[in-house]
Design a protein around this ligand. Structure first.
Ligand code: BGC
Length: 587
């Protein structure tokens, strides 16, 4: 796991709020001699006083483009692109060129490419008047061209992707509703071995498939269990469980912004990810023996949000995140997983969508929704996505009753406090509901549901505030009133003072399919000193209690518990603390 605030400069741009403007189709028709050409562009800008996030979707209405696509436009004012995603966006003078990434360079007839960028500007942010795709001005329809036998009606978008899987059977709207969840016996045994652990060990927790060997199961249970995917599914049948949760967590170049959960696959191992990891999992899940189970797959924690906030040019950006953005390993890997694992009538994909203390700022919110959409499109269909999960393995409070974005202290907004730091959100429930709306508006199905990992965001115990502070200074007020007791919202490793949160439950709030325990309480986030291991896991100083921080946590102490084992390994002291500080409290 890792996480991370956006750089300060990007945070500040949220101050002025946002205004949207939508525009622009070109007006001049152009044709090519031998092929039908045409395109349609939708362009929107989410602007604040000195910058904006642009969101562009281009649809090819002409013959298929196979040798790479290139969208060009001119800005009318002094707009200057600072960063692009899902395309290479370069600018020369007022002229901007966006080219498709090497792994998504084709555009079939009727297919769309979506990408985004951040830019600076001053004055008026006028939208471009005209766009051209590979030299053809986009008029919203195909030019006359020469219809070919294989493409007789170029102006009529055909099926966008012939590899789209068949309809996925009769999935239920909410797979968590009305049924008992699978209790992982390996986690249960560890919890039951702790004094008082039997008070919580009956809760369903997720099974993490964090390496290829976890599929078959292994005798080496140094940090994880030895049951394989079939063992868990068989046991779920024996238990009479209605649903079972797996975490799909083995991307090439995993955990690119941190070290504690680096994995076994190198940055260029996408082929191995597909053939040695996803394919075997999909094959087992497809066994008709398991057709009565609702199989929930939680897809690739932290990966796509890392491409939005932790690449070069950003505070805390890493070379590995640059690599994974440039080589398409994350987008294509997630796309492949969604396609293969979403194809069955009884499987449900929920994609990881970070948490409010990571993508709650305007500058990260829409770009993250867009890259999630891009991965879904890479899978062939947004129908492969049933929903999203937030706060996985993190500690953000579910609700902050005394610190809402609208709260003011002595006329000063809490958004100006160091803790909130201009974020648009202060808690996970509000964030999850708002992000659901954003995801639907970029193109996901209106029926998607959200999950919130409440395994460790309880923050009970004697330090929990029982009402708002009476302080008149905004920082003092927020620090005394907030439920989340971390030193900084960017801290993520084995947090001191945390407690178990809401117990797993279905339909807890509007738009929320379930509160879930995806991170099994008691399993470490990372070692507090270097511990050699054969799982690829590094030592991240965010897990060292003596560390004084980095750009991603505002150079604050890490707030981590001491003496922690490597990520995934049992950490008894943490489990005891989580029970002691549970909220709601344990009876
Ligand atoms: C680790 C995994 C582990 C998971 C659940 C992650 O941080 O990298 O190995 O399975 O946590 O504890």
């Amino acid at each position: 796991m890792s996480l991370r605030l956006p750089p300060a400069a990007r945070r500040l741009v949220t101050v002025a709020g946002a205004a949207a403007l939508v525009t622009g189709l070109g007006v001049v028709a152009a044709t090519q001699a031998s092929a039908a050409a045409g395109c349609r562009v939708s362009y929107s800008a989410n602007s604040w006083s000195t910058g904006f996030t642009g969101n562009v979707s281009v649809t090819n209405l002409g013959d298929p483009i196979t040798g790479g696509w290139r969208l060009e436009w001119d800005f009318a004012g002094n707009q200057r692109v600072t960063q692009g995603w899902s395309a290479t966006v370069t600018q020369s003078g007022t002229h901007v060129t966006a080219t498709g990434p090497s792994w998504a360079s084709s555009l079939a007839t009727g297919a769309s490419a979506t990408f985004g960028f951040n830019a600076d500007y001053s004055g008026t942010n006028t939208a471009p008047a005209s766009f051209s795709l590979n030299g053809t001005v986009c008029t919203g329809s195909a030019g006359p061209g020469t219809p070919s036998p294989s493409n007789p009606t170029p102006s009529n978008p055909g099926p966008s992707n012939p590899t789209t899987p068949p309809p996925a059977g009769s999935k239920v709207d909410n797979p968590y509703a009305g049924v008992q969840g699978y209790r992982n016996p390996e986690w249960q045994a560890k919890a039951n071995a702790e004094p008082g652990g039997s008070r919580v060990s009956n809760n369903p927790t997720a099974v993490w498939l964090d390496r290829i060997a976890a599929i078959e199961g292994t005798e080496d249970s140094s940090s994880n269990g030895s049951m394989g995917v079939r063992d868990h599914l068989d046991r779920a049948l024996t238990q009479g469980a209605g649903y079972i949760q797996f975490v799909i967590y083995n991307l090439p170049g995993r955990d690119c912004a941190a070290l504690a959960s680096n994995g076994e696959l190198g940055p260029n191992d996408l082929p191995r990810y597909k053939s040695e990891y996803i394919d075997p999992i999909a094959a087992i899940q497809a066994d008709p023996k398991y057709a009565s189970l609702r199989i929930i797959n939680i897809i690739e924690i932290d990966s796509l949000p890392n491409l939005v906030t932790n690449t070069s040019g950003q505070a805390g950006g890493t070379a590995m995140c640059d690599t994974m953005k440039a080589n398409g390993g994350y987008v294509q890997g997630v796309g492949y997983a969604l396609n293969k694992l979403g194809a069955l009538g009884n499987t449900y994909n929920y994609v990881d969508a970070a948490h409010h203390g990571w993508i709650g700022w305007d500058s990260n919110f829409l770009p993250t929704a867009n890259i999630l959409l891009q991965a879904a499109q890479a899978s062939g269909s947004v129908n492969n996505v049933h929903g999203f999960i937030v706060n996985t393995a993190n500690y953000s409070a579910l609700r902050e009753p005394y610190v809402q974005p609208t709260t003011t202290v002595n006329g000063v907004s809490v958004r100006q406090s160091k803790w909130v730091d201009w974020n648009q959100y202060t808690d996970e429930l509000t964030f999850a509901q708002a992000f659901r709306n954003q995801l639907v508006s970029v193109g996901f199905n209106s029926g998607i549901g959200m999950l919130i990992d409440t395994s460790r965001n309880g923050w009970g115990g004697s330090a929990r505030p029982t009402g708002p502070s009476t302080a008149t200074d905004v920082d003092t007020f927020v620090n005394q009133s907030r439920i989340d007791r971390r030193i900084h919202a960017g801290n993520w490793c084995n947090q001191s003072g945390a407690g178990l949160g809401e117990r797993p439950q279905a339909n807890p709030a509007s738009g929320i399919d379930a509160y879930v325990w995806v991170k099994p309480p008691g399993e470490s986030d990372g070692s507090s000193t270097l511990i050699p291991n054969d799982e690829g896991k590094g030592f991240d100083r965010m897990c060292d209690p003596t560390y004084t921080g980095n750009a991603r946590n505002g150079n604050n102490p890490s707030g981590a518990l001491p003496n922690a084992p490597i990520s995934g390994a049992w950490f008894s002291a943490q489990f005891q603390q989580l029970m002691a500080n549970a909220y709601p409290p344990l009876s």
